[in-house]
Every structure is written in C-alpha cells, then in structure tokens.
Write a protein that binds this ligand. Structure first.
Ligand SMILES: *Cc1c(COP(=O)(O)O)cnc(C)c1O
Length: 423
C-alpha cells in the first residue's frame, strides 16, 4: 500500500465526505512555492497551503529559529510563568500593530483567537454588570469552526446542524459596492438596542466566502457607529494579516482602528500552530480588578509556546525585509495585469485584486453551490495540472506565497485561463 491508500484507511480529513472522495495526493516534500507527492508529481502551492505560508515551504530562516528554540527552551507553561520569546514577540507586535493595540493573549489557531475576542467582549460587559450578550457579524462571514467562531460565521450547510446550540448573533449585509448604505443602516439599528457586545468582521476581504471585497471607507463608518454606541469592534485578521492585502494588516487601511484583532495563519510562516488576540487597553482594564473572579477565564495548554513565538519572530523578520516587500508589490502588479486581461473575457463575470489576493468569478447560468459540478471540475483540473487552487463555487482565487517566482505565477495564470475556457 502506498501512503495515499494507508491514509484512506486511517484518517478523517477536514470538510471531506469520504464516500465520494478518492485517494488524496500524499505530499512528501516542500520547497519554496513547490510541493511534491510520493510519486514525484510537482505542485505549485498557489494558495500558500490555506493562506499560512507566505515565505515558502521548508524555509531555512524559520527552521533555524525553531531548531535554536527547541534546543534552548521548547516549551514552558504560560500559567504562572513567562519567557523571553513571548516578551520579545509582544514587543515586536506592539511596534507593527495599530498603536491602540496594547495587550496580547496567546492561543493556538484562528478559531481560538476568535473565541478569546468574543469572550473578551462578553465578559467585559458581564464584569460591568451590563447585559450585552449578543454579537453582530457580516453575512457569509467565516471566523472558524469552534462554537463561538461558528456562531459568528454565516449560516450555511457547514453550521446548520448546530444552529440550536449557539451564541446569539445578528447578521448584517456585507458592504460591497452598492450595499454600503444597507449595511450601515442595519448596523445602526442593531447597536441602538444596546444588547450587543461586539461587531466582528473580516476587514476588507472575506476569505472563505470567495475573497469578497469591500472598501476601507465604509468599514471606517461602521466602526465609528460601533464606537459611538460602546459596541467593541473585532477585526478578524487571521487571513488578511501579515502582508496579504499589501499592508501589514488590513486594519492599516483604516482611520478608525478596531478594539481587538485576531491573528493566526501566516503568523508563524506556516510552521507552528499559533494565534494571538490583541486588545486595546480599555478592554484589559475591564478585567483588571481586586476581584479574582473578574479575570479573563480562558487558556490553552500550549499558550504562548516558545517555539511558536520563535517561529513568529523569524517570520515577521522575513516579512519586514525589502526583498519580501518587493515580492508583494511584484505579485500585486502581476495580478493587476492578469485581472486586466481576464475582465472582459466572455466567461468571466468579474475580477478582484487586493495586495497578493486575486479572485475571478466565472459566469454561471444556475446558482451552483459550493460543492457544485463546476467547483469539482475546476478543482480536479487544477490538481491534474499540478496547481493547488481551491475554488469556492464559481470563484477561483489565487493567494500565492510571496516567494513565488514570476514564471511560477505565470504558469498558475495560464492554468486558470485554460480552466475558464474549459468550463
Ligand atoms: C481560517 C480562518 C479562521 C479560522 O482559523 P483556524 O486556524 O482554521 O481555526 C478564522 N477567521 C478567518 C478570517 C480565517 O480565514
């Protein structure tokens, strides 16, 4: 039996109906933007392995930092102790985050980062003795798969089975072009009830929805409405963080800064699972009290794992190099040229570009669902042609690692073009 066959015997994969899914390619090596399977087939990782890996697979700089840390202090509990790497990373974050972000809570993944933000908002009001127990989110949002994060995500067949058991969340329209006023009005009506603790959003780009984009200007207005009504704002930058939008954080495009931010995915350059929820001082102060029962009751065993912190420090170091910033600009320019080329194609409905994110919507007659025929046809075509892309329904998006070469990216475009012709 090869690896793919053994895998099928033992493993349960995410978002996978195993009855209708065949053998999965078994990856045995990665370098830069490339991956190889057990048969030697090469793939271009055009989505940076679910948006986590901007600096390339098996990156030496991060690997060395991890090795150093593993042989100095691999882990220590963060309850009752601290360590140099968490202090160093927090100092680094202070210098690159919006200046209102002052306190950092470590956890393990994007969903836990969101849980901590939601609990931070809800318990803040509980500590004050105020009844603000509900959350506001965008329609079609994605904030993760644990219960709080799932509650804040859009209602789809992903979350339908659990609807009876969730936090109360009100949803407002995404303020895409033409829907700004509708979104603003819906938010204004909700916050007036004073029942809401927080508004959570994916700033400027809704990743899992298919790279749906909206402007910073309207988000600034939505945040202002929340600020006037004491509703905390949570920017879920799990996808957008660390350069994806062309700035370090999507929130860097905003005038009105969020009260909390959720970071994960590219935080450690795609090496060690880690996340951070960042807080404005005011929220921390709502827990700072002589009463021990007002502490934030949340924690994870691997909180602030030193090896993860070392990986994050090395990753942020790479992001800050001129070479990496040049890569981001180059990819952005290449994306714009490709969007220009494809936008009037008879089969293309629309194209979108922000930073290193490119998306293209293919025209469809019917409302084909996420698992529709077109999606499967596209996905299989990409995999056969050695390009890893995961279309969302009729939307094909590219979110490459920043170190992808011009030629590799041109190859990805060429396969996307062929796919558009094919469907
Ligand atoms: C991926 C993602 C999450 C969830 O992160 P996990 O590490 O998969 O739990 C949350 N929010 C956004 C915006 C994401 O893209």
């Amino acid at each position: 039996m090869n690896l793919s066959e053994k895998d099928q015997l033992y493993n349960w994969h995410p978002y996978t109906q195993h009855k209708t899914t065949g053998l999965l390619p078994a990856i045995v090596k990665g370098e830069g933007a490339l991956l190889w399977d057990e048969n030697g087939k090469e793939f271009i990782d055009a989505i940076a392995s679910w948006w986590v890996n901007p600096f390339g697979h098996s990156n030496r700089v991060i690997a060395d930092a991890i090795y150093q840390q593993l042989t100095t202090l691999e882990h220590v509990l963060f309850g009752g102790f601290t360590h140099n790497k968490a202090v160093e990373l927090s100092e680094k974050l202070l210098s690159i985050l919006p200046t209102n972000q002052k306190k950092f809570f470590y956890s393990d993944n994007g969903s836990t980062a969101v849980e901590v933000a939601l609990k931070g908002a809800l318990q803040y009001y509980y500590n004050q003795g105020q009844k603000r127990t509900k959350i506001i989110a965008f329609e079609d949002a994605f904030h993760g798969d644990t219960f709080g994060a799932m509650a804040a995500s859009g209602i789809t067949f992903y979350t339908e089975a659990f609807q009876g058991s969730m936090l109360e969340v009100a949803r407002i329209p995404v303020p895409v072009k033409g829907k700004e006023e509708q979104s603003l009005k819906a938010l204004t009506d909700l916050v007036a009830t004073q029942e809401y603790a927080a508004f959570i959003f994916e700033p400027l780009v809704q990743g899992a929805a298919g790279m749906v984009m909206y402007e910073a200007e309207i988000l600034d207005k939505l945040i202002a409405v929340c600020q006037q009504n004491k509703v905390f704002t949570i920017a879920d930058e799990v996808m957008t963080g660390f350069g994806k939008t062309g700035k370090t954080f999507a929130s860097d495009y905003l005038v009105n800064k969020p009260d909390m931010m959720c970071l994960s995915k590219a935080l450690t350059g795609g090496t060690i699972p880690m996340a951070i929820t960042t807080f404005a001082q005011e929220i921390f102060d709502g827990f700072y009290n002589d009463d021990v029962n007002k502490a934030l009751f949340h924690g994870h065993t691997f909180t602030a794992n030193p090896t993860g912190c070392a990986a994050a420090l090395a990753s942020i170091g790479l992001l800050e190099t001129q070479q990496m910033q040049d890569n981001i600009s180059r990819i952005h320019a290449q994306h714009l040229a490709f969007a220009q080329k494809m936008k009037d194609h008879p089969k293309v409905k629309t194209t979108r570009v922000l930073g290193v994110i490119f998306a293209l919507e293919i025209k469809t007659d019917s409302a084909e669902s996420y698992y529709g025929n077109m999606r499967m046809k596209l996905y299989n075509f990409f995999i056969q042609n050695g390009v890893i892309l995961r279309p969302v329904g009729n939307i094909v998006y590219i979110l490459p690692p920043y170190i992808i070469s011009t030629e590799q990216l041109e190859k990805v475009y060429s396969i996307v073009e062929q796919a558009v012709e094919m469907v």
